[in-house]
Design a protein around this ligand. Structure first.
Ligand SMILES: *Cc1c(COP(=O)(O)O)cnc(C)c1O
Length: 469
C-alpha cells in the first residue's frame, strides 16, 4: 500500500487528502433526507463504498471529483431499489410493470381485518373443526360466473399449469397454431404444456384453424381441446376459428374436455367503455366450456391470483392434485379476492374497483382533469392538452386505444433528464415520452395524488434546467 501511494503524483495525493472524513459527511445537511429513509448502518456502508469508488476514480483520472455527487447518486440508487409507491401517469390502468390492478379501500379494509389478527382461514366455525381455505371464494365465484366449481391459485400461469397437470398429464391437448401465445416473455403455452407433462398437439395454421383440423387431431389419447385467448395480440385479415358452439359439440361427441385460458377475467361487458373483444367469463361458462382459467389482477381488478372455474368434478381433481398445495394462495389474497368479488355481487364494481372506475371515466372528465392540471403547470416549458389513444395494458384489448387526453410538456433537450428526475422522486412518477413531450394521462392518476404530482413536476422542471417561472 505504501509503495502504491508513493507512486502517485503529488496532485493526486492532494486530491485524496482533500476528501472529507466519513464523520464529517455524516453531519452534512444534504444527507438528512436520506437518513429518514435509509438505516444509519446502511448509509455508512454506502458512504464507504462511494468514497472508495471516488478514490479509485481520482487515482485513475488524476482529477478532483466531488464526493457529495457520488454519494448522492449511490444513495439515490439505493432508494430506487425497494418496492415502493409510484404515481402512474402512463394512462395504462393494467400496467404489468407497475403492479397491474390497484386495490380499492373496501378490499384493503378486508385484507387488514382478516390479517391483523387470526381468521377462519381453514376452520369451519359452524362445526368447530378443520375447514378448507378454498370455500371462502368458491361461493361468490360460482354466483358470478355461473360455474358449478371454482378454485384459486397463485396466478393464471399456475392455474393453466394445474389444469393441464391434473387433467391431461401424459395425454394430448389440441391447440390451434394461432393460439400458442407468449405472455410477458416468460409464460409460453408450449413451455407450460411441456412442464405439465401434457402433450401438445398443434393444429391448423397461424391465421386459420377449422373444425375439421380439430376433429382430425382427436385420437384415443386426447384429453382436451384448449382455447387460449389472444390476450396481447390480435390477428386481422383472413383469419378463422370455429365457433365455440361447434367445438363444444365436437368435444362432447368424442368425450374430451374443452378448456379455455382466458387470461383477463372480465366479468362485466366493457364494450361500452371501449374495451372490445374481451368476452366475459360468464359468457364462456354459458357457452358450455368445461374449465376456464384467468387472472385475478387483470380486468377483474383484484389481487394477484389465478382463478379456475368450471365443472365441479374437474375442479375437485385440481384441488386434490399434489401440486395444488405448492400453488395455493395466502389469507391476504383470499381476503382481497373475496372483497373484490363481493363488490361484483353487490353491483358496486364499476364505482369501487379502481381499475373499472378508471376505464369508465368519460372523455369529458379526462379532458377537464387535464385542463385543471395544465393551468397549475403554466411556465413549465410549453404545456398543452393533447388528445391521444391510451391502452388498457396487462394483456387486454391489445390493439385498440381508448380515446383519452394527456397533459403534454415540451422541454426540448431536457426531456430525458426531466423524466429521470420524476422517476427518482419519492413517490416516483412514471409517465410517457411521446412526440417530443412528456405525456401525463390523468386516467391512472388518483385525485388525491394530483398535488404530489404538481409538486414533483415543478421541482423536476427546475432541476432539469428548464423552467420559465
Ligand atoms: C396474462 C395471461 C397469462 C398469465 O397470467 P398471470 O396471472 O400473469 O400468471 C396466461 N395466459 C393468458 C392468455 C394471459 O393473458
Amino acid at each position: 500500500m505504501a509503495t502504491g501511494l508513493s507512486k502517485e503524483s503529488t496532485s493526486n495525493q492532494d486530491f485524496l487528502r482533500r476528501l472529507p472524513a466519513k464523520n464529517r459527511i455524516l453531519g452534512s445537511d444534504w444527507l438528512i433526507p436520506y437518513t429518514q429513509k435509509i438505516s444509519t448502518h446502511r448509509i455508512q456502508v454506502l458512504i464507504d463504498e462511494a468514497l472508495e469508488e471516488v478514490r479509485r476514480e481520482i487515482r485513475k483520472q488524476n482529477t478532483w471529483l466531488d464526493p457529495q455527487k457520488k454519494i448522492m447518486a449511490t444513495l439515490d440508487a439505493e432508494l430506487a431499489k425497494g418496492l415502493q409507491r409510484v404515481i402512474n401517469v402512463t394512462g395504462i390502468p393494467l400496467h404489468t410493470n407497475l403492479g397491474r390492478a390497484p386495490l380499492g379501500d373496501a378490499v384493503l379494509q378486508a385484507i387488514l381485518e382478516v390479517t391483523k389478527g387470526y381468521s377462519n382461514l381453514e376452520y369451519d366455525l359452524l362445526e368447530g373443526q378443520r375447514g378448507s381455505r378454498h370455500t371462502h371464494v368458491e361461493e361468490p365465484l360460482r354466483a358470478i360466473t355461473g360455474a358449478s366449481g371454482a378454485m384459486v391459485v397463485n396466478n393464471n400461469a399456475a392455474a393453466v399449469y394445474l389444469m393441464l397437470v391434473a387433467l391431461a398429464k401424459g395425454k394430448e391437448v389440441i391447440i390451434s397454431r394461432g393460439e400458442l401465445v407468449e405472455i410477458g416473455g416468460s409464460f409460453r403455452i408450449p413451455d407450460v404444456m411441456q412442464q405439465s407433462g401434457a402433450i401438445l398437439h398443434e393444429v391448423g395454421s397461424t391465421n386459420k384453424t377449422h373444425l375439421a383440423d380439430y376433429e382430425a387431431a382427436i385420437n384415443e389419447n386426447t384429453a382436451m381441446i384448449l382455447k387460449v385467448h389472444q390476450s396481447n395480440f390480435r390477428m386481422r385479415g383472413f383469419t378463422s376459428a370455429p365457433p365455440l358452439e361447434s367445438l363444444r359439440t365436437l368435444a362432447q361427441k368424442h368425450q374430451i374436455l374443452l378448456g379455455v385460458d382466458l387470461g383477463s377475467g372480465v366479468m362485466i361487458d366493457l364494450t361500452k367503455y371501449g374495451v372490445l373483444d374481451e368476452p366475459t367469463v360468464p359468457y364462456y361458462i354459458d357457452a358450455g366450456m368445461d374449465i376456464v382459467t384467468f387472472s385475478g389482477d387483470k380486468l377483474l381488478g383484484g389481487p394477484q391470483a389465478g382463478l379456475v372455474v368450471g365443472r365441479e368434478d374437474l375442479i375437485a381433481k385440481l384441488k386434490k392434485h399434489p401440486m395444488a398445495r405448492a400453488l395455493r394462495v395466502d389469507k391476504m389474497t383470499l381476503a382481497g379476492l373475496h372483497a373484490t368479488l363481493s363488490l361484483y355481487l353487490d353491483g358496486k364494481a364499476m364505482q369501487e374497483i379502481p381499475l373499472l372506475a378508471m376505464l369508465s371515466q368519460s372523455q369529458e372528465v379526462l379532458r377537464a382533469r387535464c385542463e385543471h392540471l395544465a393551468t397549475q403547470l403554466q411556465g413549465v416549458g410549453e404545456v398543452t392538452v393533447r388528445s391521444v389513444s391510451s391502452f388498457v395494458g396487462g394483456g387486454s384489448a391489445p390493439d385498440q386505444g381508448l380515446p383519452s387526453y394527456v397533459v403534454a410538456i415540451s422541454l426540448h433537450e431536457h426531456l430525458d433528464a426531466f423524466a429521470r428526475c420524476l422517476r427518482q422522486r419519492r413517490p416516483a412518477v412514471v409517465g410517457v415520452i411521446s412526440h417530443n413531450a412528456y405525456h401525463m394521462d390523468p386516467r391512472t392518476l388518483f385525485p388525491e395524488q394530483e398535488e404530489e404530482l404538481i409538486r414533483a413536476v415543478l421541482s423536476c422542471a427546475k432541476d432539469s434546467g428548464y423552467a420559465n417561472f
